[in-house]
Design a protein around this ligand. Structure first.
Ligand code: RNT
Ligand code: ZN
Length: 420
């Protein structure tokens, strides 16, 4: 497809949208400015650099596609390649396990900004914001699948200290980059089989979280989120930080509520929860993933649920209060393509939300004209989003659809295939 044809497609699309009262230029600008946080852990199957030899905590990566990043340099190179294929405002989401220790022996309860300065430099070079996550898995101080709710006081204290350290690091990210840095706390704590003193686990968890969040310094620039979960692999029967627990704690303690789209029963939709939760919290973090039958962490697809989530954010004016982060890990396909597909889809859905005839839809609803509302909702699905998308990519020097994949294939041949 030539640039000229893309321009022609755009001209046509612009007319279609204008007839529905939608300003395409405004929609592109709006969708472009909403930050989407790209998770570093898709690049190396959640391995990290701080010595883990296997992934624990009830999460798993499947597949052994060749070319996985083996170190900081390779991961940076892969991230840069992905960035060249993704339009819009991007943040990079780091995990504490991606500390750059440069031969120093120090553990997760000793990390400071020093271990992350190289990442700050990388973020500055590439005009990225940084988000952060303490890493409560893949580590010898885990007490089985327990961290902050462990009965082992030494281990529990270790993980409390890790949480505090991470908050300080996140605050530095925010300061040094001059933009908000979201800290997300997810702990896999739970039990494979029926737990009988569920309250005791939760009391210890609450004590730990209270210790970590007692100091409110920096909560505005480095807001802290608590992520709930339904179950993990090998942790099927009891989850300490369940949805009710996490939401309750976040509301009571004025934290950010984190909802991961894979962490609910398969028929539950996170899109249906956004405005409900937003009535009671100041900010929310979404982990956008794609659960296939379970919390499988497949690459984010442009499906109805992704579109509904972005609709809820944009139509309700939550762009500043709902943080968007991706969370998937697929090792069965080219890892950089996985990033590109997921990130492009997230941005495409944001553009779709901005291009939707939201005003007309809401007018119909206000008049209780549900016939028009449904008719418009259905027609909206086949509006020429793709034509606007391609033009939008072109405008920002990012390859349009059908142009980015050959670049990845080239990178695979030139670079990834040389990693053994
Ligand atoms: C796990 C959670 C968590 C992790 C990342 C690596 O089920 O979704 O967010 O995926 O922290
Ligand atoms: Zn998640």
């Amino acid at each position: 497809m030539s640039d000229k044809r893309i321009q022609q497609g755009f001209d046509y699309a612009k007319e279609v949208y204008a007839a529905l009262g939608v300003d395409v230029e405004q929609a592109m600008q709006k969708a472009h400015a909403i930050p989407v946080s790209m998770h570093c852990w898709q690049g190396d199957d959640v391995t990290g650099f701080d010595g883990a030899d296997s992934l624990t905590g009830g999460i798993a990566v499947t597949g052994n596609y060749p070319g996985k990043a083996r170190n900081f340099e390779e991961l940076k190179q892969d991230i840069k390649t992905a960035l060249s294929l993704i339009p819009g405002k991007i943040k990079l989401n780091l995990h504490a396990s991606y500390a750059i220790k440069n031969g120093r022996t120090l553990d997760r309860d000793q990390y400071t900004i020093r271990e992350f300065e190289p990442w700050v430099d990388f973020a500055k070079e590439n005009k990225l914001g940084l988000d952060f996550n303490p890493t409560y898995f893949s580590h010898p101080m885990m007490d089985g699948d327990l961290s902050l709710s462990s009965p082992d006081e030494g281990k529990r204290r270790f993980w409390v200290e890790h949480g505090k350290r991470c908050r300080e690091i996140g605050l530095q990210f925010a300061k040094q980059l001059g933009q908000r840095s979201v800290q997300n706390f997810w702990m896999p704590d739970g039990s494979k089989d029926t737990a009988v003193n569920t309250q005791l686990f939760r009391e210890r968890m609450t004590t730990s979280l209270d210790e970590i969040f007692a100091d409110r310094t920096g909560m505005d620039t480095a807001p802290c989120a608590l992520e709930s979960k339904l179950f993990g692999m090998g942790v099927e029967s009891f989850t300490v930080v369940s949805h009710e627990y996490a939401l309750g704690y976040a509301i009571k303690n004025n934290l950010t509520a984190c909802l991961d789209t894979g962490h609910f029963h398969p028929t539950e939709m996170v899109s249906a929860k956004v405005s409900a939760v937003m009535n009671f919290v100041e900010t929310m973090l979404l982990h956008i993933s794609r659960p296939v039958r379970w919390d499988s962490d497949h690459v984010v697809a442009l499906d109805d649920e992704l579109q509904r989530i972005m609709d809820e954010i944009v139509w309700n004016g939550f762009e500043e209060r709902v943080f968007i982060g991706l969370d998937f890990f697929d090792a069965s396909i080219n890892r950089i393509a996985a990033w590109a597909i997921g990130m492009r889809n997230a941005r495409k859905a944001l553009l779709g939300a901005c291009l939707a005839p939201a005003k007309a839809l809401r007018e119909a609803e206000a008049k209780q004209d549900f016939t028009t509302r449904l008719a418009l909702l259905e027609e909206r699905k086949t509006l020429p989003l793709g034509a606007v998308w391609d033009y939008y990519c072109l405008q920002h020097n990012i390859p349009a659809d059908s142009r980015w994949l050959p670049l990845i294939k080239q990178y695979e041949a030139d670079t990834l295939s040389k990693r053994t």
